[in-house]
Structures are given as C-alpha cells and as structure tokens.
Design a protein. Structure first.
Length: 277
C-alpha cells in the first residue's frame, strides 16, 4: 500500500503504456489504480474514445478527473495509439499540436497542472517503435526531431515541465538487459540514443536514473513472449523527463512491477515518481 500522501507537501505522477485501456482494466489495472491513487496519471496506447477513458477512471477512483486526451485520427495509427494526462488537481490549458506531420497521430498531449510545486506542464508522449532501415524509422526520427524542438520551447519558457511516457528508446547499456544483442535494432540505435544526450546536455533530467544511478534498470517493459518477465530481461523505456528545478524536487521513484506474469495488466509497468513542493 502506498504511503499516505500530504497533498500540500508532495504529489505523485504515474506513467504507463496500457496497451489498450479496456484490455488493461480487464486484466486488473483498476485495482492497481485504486491502490496507487496518483495525483497525475499519464497514459499511452489508450486505444479508446474519451467517454470510455473517463468512465473507466471514474469507476476506479471516483469522479472529478480532468482528462486531456489526444485520440489518433490517422488511419495508420487509429486503434493503436492515443495519449492522455489525467488529474484531480486543478488544471488549465491543454495542447496536442506538436508538428503538422503528426497531427492526428495521438502521440503527444500537454496539460498545465496546478501542483504543490506550482504550475507544471505535464506531457504524455508515445514515441514510434520504429524499424531500422525502413520508413517506420524515418517517422520515428522525424517525431524525435519534433519532440526536441518542443522541449527547447518548454525549457525556454522557464516553467516546470515534465514529459512522461513510452519513449521506445533505451539510453544506456544499463537500461536494457540484452544490450549487446540490440545494438543494430530500433530502440537502441546510436542515433536514437543521441537524442537523450542532447536533451540532457540542454538541462533536462532523466528523473528515475537520477534517483537510481549506476544500477541496471529498473526496467519497465518486458515482452509478453517467452520468459522475459520472469527472467527480468527488460528495457527501461518509460521515462519521466523533467526540467532541472522540478527534477531536483523528486524524492522517490519506483516501477510498480507486477508480482507475477499472470498479474500483469500490460507489457509495460507503471513508473511512479513522488515530487516535493
């Protein structure tokens, strides 16, 4: 059971790729959500319309949620993507425009949230999986370029910002168990990993890594196939990327890994960070 929260002093943000919100709820996501009770929830691969997402959150936690949800409208992504930021904290403006090329892709949504640390622009992002040497990888690169441009705008604003989600890229060797076998595969290509280097050099912070330096993982994704989960052959690709001042307020980070394969509600596990006021 999570420790009791003091809303005036701290707030929790959870991010998870649900791999379809309806399927995740059928597999037991509601029990996790009710127990964890995050102040802010970032979701990827929602794969459901607004009314379904709202009803599921209301059923698990009661009403009063403010939801910023970007549904995919492109034929190529409809039914496969969708991102959302949900909170019961006071919320302001929401935005989903990242780049004209990705309008309708359902991969980026922002919501200004009033937290104990002040206003935080919270983003839920779902980066393409990609496939080395194909047009899918070209799309991924173009999307990462658009994210880089938006991160620079957010950083220059001087406000707190937190970009949570499934980045589909592992940064360092310690972020992937079988790194040697994936050096030429999408998700661990040098040109993909270089984006993190640019972001962090500009002042953004990988919050979970800052709180868990020098350790393997903690992983957040394991294939459904074989014994990847049981053997902890995972990837750390679900991140909290924060502006420096907000990252410095982080007091704890955990991956809510399911106790067993049978109890997983997604192939991703929620990544939860507590931030101080």
């Amino acid at each position: 059971m999570p420790a009791a929260k003091t809303p005036q002093q701290q707030f929790t943000v959870a991010t998870v790729n649900v791999n379809g919100i309806r399927a995740a709820v059928r597999r037991g996501m509601g029990a996790w959500l009710a127990e964890r009770d995050p102040d802010v929830l970032c979701l990827q691969e929602v794969r459901a319309p607004d009314e379904v997402l709202g009803a599921l959150l209301d059923e698990a936690l009661g009403d009063g949620w403010h939801i910023a949800h970007c549904e995919p409208t492109d034929a190529g992504t409809k039914g496969r993507a969708g991102v959302a930021v949900a909170t019961r904290l006071p919320a302001g403006e929401q935005r989903s425009a990242l780049h004209p090329r990705f309008d309708g892709a359902g991969r980026w949504v922002e919501l200004d949230v009033e937290t104990p640390a002040g206003t935080v622009t919270v983003v839920s992002v779902y980066v393409h999986t990609g496939e080395a040497g194909t047009e899918k990888q070209d799309d991924k690169t173009a999307f990462l370029d658009a994210v880089t441009a938006r991160l620079e705008q957010l950083r220059r604003s001087g406000n707190h910002a937190l970009v949570c989600g499934d980045y589909n890229v592992a940064h360092r060797n310690e972020d992937i168990r079988n790194w040697k076998g994936n050096l030429k595969k999408a998700g661990f290509l040098p040109e993909e990993r270089a984006y993190y280097d640019r972001w962090f050099a500009a002042g953004w912070v990988d919050v979970v890594r800052s709180l868990h330096p020098g350790v393997e993982g903690p992983y957040s994704w394991w294939s459904w196939r074989g014994q990847a989960f049981d053997r902890d052959t995972g990837w750390r690709i679900d991140l909290h990327v924060a502006t420096g001042e907000l990252a410095a307020r982080a007091t704890g980070a955990v991956v809510d890994r399911a106790p067993s394969y049978a109890e997983r509600f997604s192939d991703h596990a929620p990544v939860v960070v507590t931030y101080g006021a």
